[in-house]
Design a protein around this ligand. Structure first.
Ligand code: PDD
Length: 285
């Protein structure tokens, strides 16, 4: 893939260099973060969980009461075309749809807006993540200060951004978010899991977390391998006392967590089950 600004970007029916792809200042995404997005990984020249991400994009649009004049098949073709033009073998395709331009600025949206649809790709080094997974990562706790509809993959990510930068300051790979009852919700851009007594546990699906595609895929792998799992809330204390902990996302696949701030999880090494799941996942994709 070419240097980032020369990367080809689909924007509202046209294919242009990313550096020349622009939307208006009155775009509602820019002014109100009124939009949705998706991140689909490409690993060894193959899309990962393509259909799950495409379906979730349309679920997010529906939850936001947004309509676009392209159907799933058309979006699919554009995503595939972007991968091809940019010769993307390892990385992600980023899709963003905002409600469109509205001038003058007003909170209430009019119903005849034309959504701004942008699709482009970014190279990512997943081999580096493989190395990281052999050591496991450090995470940092951060209060979940996000809005209360985290089930929508909206571009309103300020809470996630604050959390991620808290993690960065603490030399952590990811922030682990907790609610006002000290229960873990999810990561700043991942689903969070623990293993206790050979059972995988992750937060149940509700408005507080995103329905992760990697989470979904892992659940089917767990079922196939007859590994016990439960969707239930767990506390910060349970995380710190877990036998194993890990995070899942499109860009990390399955990543062992070995530290939470100054606390070490178990013996400080990636859990054996976690590494097994990571291998099963990578084989499955
Ligand atoms: N984020 N929870 C949040 C808040 C996320 O942002 C993500 C993904 C996930 C995991 O979902 P999935 O397994 O479908 O990637 C959970 C993407 C990678 C991002 O924002 O870059």
């Amino acid at each position: 893939q070419k240097d980032n600004l020369m990367t080809t970007c689909y924007i509202n029916g046209k294919y242009k260099p990313l550096g020349k792809s622009t939307v208006s200042v009155t775009d509602r995404g820019y002014q109100f973060s009124d939009g949705v997005y998706e991140v689909i990984a490409v690993f060894k020249n193959e899309f990962v969980d393509f259909k799950l991400h495409l379906n979730r994009l349309f679920v997010s649009l529906k939850k936001m009461d947004m309509k676009i004049n392209l159907n799933k098949n058309q979006i699919e073709s554009i995503i595939k075309k972007i991968k091809k033009i940019n010769q993307l073998e390892m990385g992600i395709v980023y899709i963003q749809i905002t409600r469109g331009d509205q001038n003058p600025r007003e909170h209430k949206y009019s119903n005849n807006l034309k959504p701004n649809i942008v699709i482009y790709s970014i190279i990512k080094n997943f081999e580096y993540l493989n190395k990281l997974a052999q050591k496991g990562v450090k995470t940092s706790l951060y209060p979940d200060v996000r809005w209360q509809r985290s089930d929508i993959k909206s571009i309103s990510l300020l809470g996630n951004v604050l959390a991620a930068n808290h993690a960065k300051k603490n030399k952590s790979h990811e922030a682990v978010l907790f609610d006002n009852k000290n229960m873990i919700t999810e990561g700043n851009s991942s689903s969070i899991w623990i293993i206790k007594k050979n059972k995988c546990i992750t937060h149940p699906l509700n408005f507080r977390i995103l329905k992760g595609c990697t989470r979904h895929k892992l659940i089917s792998i767990l079922k196939k391998n007859k590994f016990k799992f439960e969707e239930k809330k767990f506390s910060i204390t349970s995380l710190l006392n877990a036998d194993e902990a890990f995070m899942t996302s499109a860009t990390n696949f399955i990543m062992p967590i070995v530290k939470v701030d100054k606390y070490t999880i178990s013996n400080g090494k990636p859990g054996l089950n976690t590494l097994k799941f990571r291998n099963l996942f990578i084989n499955a994709i």
